[in-house]
Design a protein around this ligand. Structure first.
Ligand code: ADP
Ligand code: ZN
Length: 691
């Protein structure tokens, strides 16, 4: 049979390739397409590893991975390619073959396979992580987009400290072995960790090898980027969410061609096609932003270790407050351990715990903090006030009947905001005007209960009218780049007080800060989550580390539970004491790192459907996973039983699930979705929280 070319001319049958393509759809199989080598611009024969663009259902352009390609052969009858949509046509042609720079092969392909298996995902859903959103855009646009450049600052350090030198010497030895190994670099803030990373990157480059440098949030680390740019110039490129599709493609192509040898960025930078990788650095390795909490769910730290294993690289995990799983791995000898116990330049700040029980202003500044702030401002020094609640008041309560205004779609009280004046749900963004009278009983007397940053701001403005105040929370950072601008202004000394939520804990070095005040330091401890204590400790350590980077610093932690072990450990900078107590608790309760965890979430707009589906699933899992090494918990309503108008249930699985069992669970979830229309299920392997 003859193929019809685009201009309608008949010609002899052209050899056709049959391709098996993995596509980003929630189905486990691959899809068959045809390719006629030489039919379009792409004269080349396609092989496994090529990315291709195809039409899939109503989607006009989907990028997929060729997992198998036949040799070109004359077309079989039912597979005629190149024709319009005739009834005889069964298989479609691909639309385009992407340039070789986008091929997914070698250790990156092995990483993709591992992710598909470990996270029980179809391979096709993993593949988009490995290429920019619109691959090949650069070539179509003429390749003019340039990779981002950062101003180079000269932070050259003349000699490493003995602790740094020891770490670097061990790192050099590991690099020279050209085999996989991992190290935990545990060093307090300002102890010189970044200097160790940069020295090792330089060594990798000198040996002709490439490097990846992962950061939790690249927009907040301009100082680190400038240091990297100063050392490595054109050989480094950054990836971040502010880049256009063309710029992302440019970075990808430069890396694939070997012109860029160091790629810096958030978790997505892990997948960059840097060849002959010698080193992967994960800075602030404990940060939960390394976990992607939407499909495809994965943890970049775990994936980085696998990429390192697959290409024989050294993986360095750095933190002042290591994740307890990383600590356990280091203690078990699976990772090396480098410690930088000393802060460079200044001692760790003195931390005082302020008991606010029975105080006059439990949600505001205690007399002790008020005095400390007055003294700090009097000396012309800067202060940070940290309160992890935004808005004016946590809830708007009726003084008559006690009812709190609630979100119509979530199980959560709405927060009262003053500027602009409104009620806002912090989960779903629902907003409505502040009612004139209670929505429940009609009385017009409201009690704003519990404070937020807006309320503290008003208090501070009244109390210290001369002080220049900056507020940093999600409400003051809606503008592009505003987050960075506020931090930079404070770092330049353009304000005396920086007040804000956890956003103040990250990013810049603030040389002028001598006081940090933490309101409600124990606020996060009440969350019903196995990582609540760990996260609180990390956050408090990080905030405390902002004080006295130069000179003496002072930190005041206001707490309702001043004897809580997390508060006392944070106050004494005692990571070891915190870790010992918390690891013991995890062991008793069977949570990571003692046992692995998987979480299945079930949600539906109809409560009865969600409950029935959760029951059915739990029943099937109890039968299919009957094994003494596994513990199933649930189904139970989620902590917030209703969010965004959806009722939520969950099942937890403690223990080691084999890849085969994960695949079986994923299959159960697919059939659940078929039996219960309107019910969604998620399968979260190694979740960062248990709710
Ligand atoms: P971390 O990454 O642990 O916060 P950095 O590497 O940023 O620490 O170091 C903190 C500060 O100390 C930086 O200003 C850095 O330039 C400086 N620094 C790092 N190592 C040395 C050293 N060996 N000698 C002098 N200064 C150093
Ligand atoms: Zn809501």
């Amino acid at each position: 049979m003859a193929a019809v070319e685009q201009d309608g001319r008949m010609s002899g049958p052209r050899p056709v390739q049959r391709l098996e393509v993995a596509l980003p759809v929630p189905l486990p199989q691959t899809f068959t397409y045809l390719h006629v080598p030489g039919a379009a611009d792409e004269a080349r024969t396609v092989t496994a590893g090529d990315l291709v663009e195809v039409v899939f259902g109503r989607r006009r352009s989907v990028t997929g991975l060729v997992v198998a390609a036949s040799a070109p052969a004359p077309p079989a009858g039912e597979e005629v390619a190149g024709d319009g949509a005739g009834p005889a046509r069964r298989l479609r042609d691909i639309t385009r073959v992407l340039p070789a720079a986008y091929r997914l092969e070698g250790e990156r392909r092995r990483l993709a396979d591992w992710m598909a298996s470990y996270y029980a995902l179809p391979l096709g859903e993993v593949v988009p992580l490995f290429h920019p959103p619109a691959p090949g855009t650069t070539l179509r646009a003429g390749g003019r987009a340039a990779p981002e450049r950062y101003p180079a600052v000269d932070g050259t350090v003349t000699a490493l400290t003995p602790a740094q030198a020891e770490a670097v010497a061990d790192g050099s030895r590991r690099l020279a072995e050209r085999a996989y190994s991992a190290v935990l670099l545990h060093g307090v803030t300002g102890s010189g960790k970044t200097e160790v990373y940069l020295t090792l990157i330089a060594e990798a480059l000198a040996a002709g090898r490439g490097a990846l440098f992962l950061l939790p949030e690249i927009a907040l680390t301009p100082q680190t980027l400038s240091r990297i740019a100063a050392r490595f110039g054109d050989r480094v490129a950054a990836i971040h969410s502010g880049l256009s599709a063309g710029q992302r493609c440019r970075v990808h192509e430069l890396a694939a061609r070997g012109e860029v040898r160091v790629v810096v960025g958030p978790r997505s930078a892990l997948f960059a096609p840097v060849g002959d990788l010698g080193l992967i650095v994960i800075d602030e390795e404990h940060e939960s932003s390394y976990k992607q909490d939407e499909k495809p769910r994965y943890h970049a730290r775990h994936a980085a270790l696998v990429r390192g294993r697959e290409c024989g690289a050294l993986v360095v995990l750095g933190s002042a407050t290591p994740d307890l799983e990383s600590l356990a791995n280091a203690r078990a000898g699976r990772y090396g351990l480098w410690e930088l116990p000393e802060r460079l330049g200044a001692p760790m700040p003195a931390v005082e715990i302020v008991d606010v029980r029975g105080g006059a202003a439990p949600d505001g500044l205690s007399p002790a903090l008020d005095t400390a702030l007055e003294e700090t401002l009097g000396r012309g020094e800067q202060a940070i006030i940290f309160y992890n609640r935004r808005g004016f008041a946590r809830a708007l309560q009726c003084a008559g009947c006690g009812a709190s205004a609630a979100c119509p779609d979530c199980d959560i009280a709405v927060t009262y905001h003053l500027r602009p004046r409104r009620l806002l749900c912090h989960y779903c963004g629902h907003t409505r005007p502040v009612p004139a009278a209670c929505e429940a009983c009609g009385q017009a007397a409201f009690l704003p209960s519990g404070a937020g940053t807006e309320r503290i701001e008003i208090h501070l403005q009244g109390r210290f009218p001369q002080a220049r105040l900056l507020r940093l929370d999600r409400d003051t950072t809606s503008g592009r780049d505003s987050h960075h601008r506020i931090l930079a202004a404070f770092a330049r000394g353009e304000a005396d007080i920086l007040l804000g939520t956890q956003m103040v804990a990250k990013g810049h070095h603030f040389p002028g800060v001598s006081l940090v005040g933490v309101l409600a330091a124990d606020d996060g401890l009440g969350l019903p989550d196995f990582r609540a204590a760990e996260r609180s400790f990390q956050l408090l350590s990080q905030v405390a580390g902002r004080a006295g980077r130069v000179g003496a610093g002072r930190v005041l932690l206001q707490a309702w539970q001043p004897e809580h072990p997390v508060i006392t450990a944070a106050a004494t900078h005692d990571f070891a004491a915190f870790a010992a107590a918390e690891l013991e608790l995890r062991r008793q309760l069977g949570y990571p790192p003692s046992r692995r965890l998987a979480r299945i979430g079930i949600a539906s707009r109809r409560q009865a459907d969600a409950a029935a589906a959760a029951d059915a699933l739990a029943g099937a899992l109890r039968e299919g996973l009957a094994d003494a090494s596994l513990t199933l918990l649930g189904p139970a309503p989620a902590v917030f039983e209703r969010l965004m108008d959806r009722y939520r249930f969950q099942v937890l699985i403690k223990g080691d699930l084999s890849a085969r069992r994960k695949e079986w669970v994923a299959g159960c979830l697919r059939s659940l979705a078929e039996s219960y229309p309107g019910v969604d299920a998620i399968f979260d392997i190694d979740p960062v929280s248990s709710y």
